[in-house]
Design a protein. Structure first.
Length: 734
């Protein structure tokens, strides 16, 4: 492991956050602002026959009630993966069709929030009910869609094939054949999905916490029939997104229409109970894993087949095998995903969207194979190292997974592990289990246009396509600019998530840092070059402000454009049009991945059988770490979420009436502080120079990948019970 190159600086926005100066969408208070609330469907599938809004309209202070009959002619946003801008193609309240329980059927606007909420509760509807299916179990064959040959982009979502996995598996001396289940789950960002819409002299201004202000701008332009130049989307902060806020939401159009009708700003905050039904979520999936190996521990074949839920109105594709095919050097691999149409809203991306369920299934099977072979699970993983991408045959740009495993084992004390399940006990009689699992995540890069300016009063103004979701993007940008320009952090004014600055691209998929930090570096270099041209031969120790003063200038600007290796210049058109345009993990000359190794100790109490995660050691290969403090925080957060995914989180589906039963934070159980033991984080911190000059890969998603599998493997080591579903509950180990 190398010494960190970048200093462990504090978060640049920490002071503003703790004193309440960092404003979120629902913090906005505009002159004359009104408040909106939603009435939602109480059936799961069918049609609205009639809506009675008389009682709602009679509530004091109610200014407007909208239903599908009042909305007018607006276009659907289109699904973000099908050339559109929305998390789903369907816009509620444009027709009387009901596609899922909890779908909005009316919008009420009042002078106060209390009036709007009371009136929304008084809306009554009559429905024509239709049969529905909300679980993978029992779905008819006609609703199961193979991604191979479907309308989905085949380059991205075709089967993953290398060699002849079926023949190699059939001929293998040792085989694992197992099924694993992963439940639907909901990310629950602290900042709810919310919009403040205001029309100013023909321009629509949207304040919304989002990961994709560009999609909101262009999606609303499509829906409203407006020039995108007449829409401004402002999102300086996003209080957690985790994939839920990665595209246009259903409430944004409704707030914009209401604001235009009333001529006043409208705030619409979607309550958490409705968030479970009106925003995206992690879909349920089931996995069939087959592994074939030789007696000496070389994995000869792997087959990963997955079924995943989607909605009836969209195909939301999975890509589980993209990661599992690349985790080890397995020469014969076949991965296939199918989609199961269910009557829910369209699911979507939730942190480590496919890699978390895939790693739980695959890394559990790897552990089972190690036990079958009588090998240490760490040794089995090291025995199947690779420097070449199996699917493409291209070299890996960098890979330090073996280093992660060795360093993690050293820190954890893995050599003291007794391999026999149930053999390790604590002083209080609790069963101790030690488990290990690996994770990988694609390294993607999106195009970026960055603009920078230096002013004579000492400020550095920087704007780029990026969104701050608490992951520390501003701090990562600041770390690079401070280092290159030799200015104080207080001199920086960083504008992100704002369509008034640079064109905004979706921030997701761990490509944020790998896209904006190199752009910041190039912008800083461009500014330094412009300063050198402005004042040739100036003392290099001078600050940009001093150079401007020397040259008699008040301001100097520069702009850079950067794209992923191999992307054509046409990709900037997608960026400027609000469309996603990331590249990776496969580039023209190499494949790039980030890696993590997680070592976990669980304690299983002897009587209650309560499972506690006593300690975790996580070592990550994410390229150069440019913001050590926020990087450490990212990994800790990923580990905590992995603990929740393994032992707590499930969105309970109601097969009788549809929808989700535990649609609140009282019954959707997540870990609390008392559930978390010791978490030790380390980084390899080796740059990946092939990907970008900064050597940055990605971190946010890979930090979570493999944690749940390591916990499941530790539970098996403690109890001898192999649990192939999540979450693992007390009754599973009784």
């Amino acid at each position: 492991m190398s010494e960190p190159t970048f200093p462990r600086s504090p978060r640049i926005d920490a002071f503003d956050k703790v004193r309440g100066a960092a404003l979120y969408a629902a913090d906005q208070s505009r002159p004359g602002m009104l408040h909106a609330a939603l009435a939602v469907s109480t059936i799961n599938r069918g049609e609205v026959l009639s809506i009675d809004t008389r009682a709602a309209r009679g509530v004091a202070g109610v200014r407007l009630v909208l239903t599908h009959a009042d909305m007018g002619d607006y276009k659907p946003p289109g699904h973000v993966l099908a050339g559109g801008f929305g998390f789903q193609s369907m816009q509620p309240m444009l027709s009387n069709r009901i596609a899922y329980r909890g779908q909005p059927i009316a919008l009420v606007v009042g002078e106060t929030l209390e009036a709007a909420l009371e009136a929304a509760s008084l809306v009554r509807a009559k429905y024509e009910r239709q049969p529905f299916q909300v679980t993978l179990e029992g779905a008819p064959a006609k609703d199961i869609v193979a991604q191979q040959g479907s309308p989905l982009p085949q380059e991205m979502f075709a089967d993953k094939v290398a060699g002849d996995a079926d023949a190699a598996f059939a001929g293998a001396a040792h085989r694992i054949d197992a099924h694993y289940l992963h439940p639907p789950q909901h990310q629950n960002p602290i900042e709810l999905v919310s919009t403040v819409a205001e029309w100013r002299r023909g321009t629509l201004v949207i304040h919304e916490g989002t990961q994709n202000s560009g999609a909101i701008r262009h999606g609303l332009a499509r829906q409203l029939g407006l020039d995108p130049a007449r829409i401004e989307v402002i999102s300086p902060q996003c209080g957690g997104g985790f994939g839920m806020k990665n595209s246009l939401q259903m409430q944004t159009l409704l707030a914009a229409v209401a604001a235009r009708r009333l001529g006043q700003p409208v705030k619409l905050v979607v309550p958490r109970s409705q968030l479970f039904h009106d925003a995206s979520f992690r879909p349920a999936s089931r996995h069939h894993i087959r592994l074939g190996a030789s007696a000496d521990g070389k994995i000869l074949a792997a087959i990963h087949e997955a079924d995943q839920q989607t909605s009836r109105h969209d195909l939301f594709p999975g890509s589980y095998a993209e990661m599992t095919a690349r985790l080890y050097g397995i020469p014969n691999f076949r991965g296939r995903e199918r989609l199961v149409r269910l009557d829910t809203q369209t699911p979507g991306y939730m942190r480590a969207p496919f890699e978390q369920p895939a790693s739980f299934a695959f890394e559990s099977a790897i552990d089972e194979l190690a036990q079958l072979l009588g090998l240490d699970p760490l040794a089995l993983r090291l025995r199947n190292e690779t420097r070449t991408d199996v699917l493409t045959g291209k070299p890996l740009s960098s890979r330090f997974l073996a280093d992660c495993l060795r360093e993690g084992a050293r820190r954890f004390g893995w050599d003291k592990r007794n391999a026999q399940p149930g053999s390790m006990k604590a002083k209080d009689g609790a069963a101790i289990g030690w488990g290990v699992a690996c994770g990988a995540y694609k390294v993607a890069t999106s195009p970026a246009i960055a603009r920078i300016a230096a002013t004579r009063d000492g400020r550095i103004l920087f704007t780029v396509a990026g969104h701050e979701m608490g992951q520390g993007m501003r701090s990562a940008i600041a770390s690079m600019l401070v280092r290159r320009l030799r200015v104080a952090p207080q001199a920086l004014v960083i504008q992100i998530g704002d369509t008034r600055g640079a064109p905004q691209h979706l921030t997701a998929g761990s490509w944020g840092t790998a896209s904006v930090v190199p752009a910041a570096q190039e912008a800083a270099e461009a500014l330094l070059a412009a300063l050198a041209e402005l004042a040739p031969g100036h003392d290099p120790a001078l600050t940009p402000a001093q150079v401007l003063a020397l040259a008699g200038r008040d301001r100097l600007e520069a702009e850079v454009r950067r794209k992923a290796p191999g992307q054509p210049d046409a990709v900037y058109g997608r960026l400027q049009g609000g469309m996603p345009a990331p590249a990776g993990p496969a580039y023209p000359e190499f494949v790039s991945m980030s890696y993590a190794a997680h070592f976990v100790e669980v304690n299983v109490e002897p009587v209650t059988r309560r499972i506690r995660v006593a300690r975790v050691v996580s070592v990550v290969d994410c390229g150069r770490v440019v913001s050590p403090l926020t990087a450490d925080s990212q990994v800790r957060g990923g580990v905590v979420w992995g603990i929740g995914a393994a032992l707590r989180e499930i969105s309970e589906v109601d097969p009788r009436y549809g929808g989700f039963l535990n649609a609140d934070l009282a019954e959707y159980v997540v870990p609390v502080h008392a559930d978390i033991g010791s978490i030790e984080v380390a980084f390899i911190d080796q740059p990946d120079p092939l990907l970008n000059a900064a050597g940055v890969k990605g971190l946010g998603e890979v930090a979570m990948v493999g944690v749940a599998a390591a916990i499941a493997n530790a539970v098996h080591h403690a109890t001898g019970k192999r649990i192939r579903h999540l979450p693992i509950r007390i009754e599973d180990v009784l």
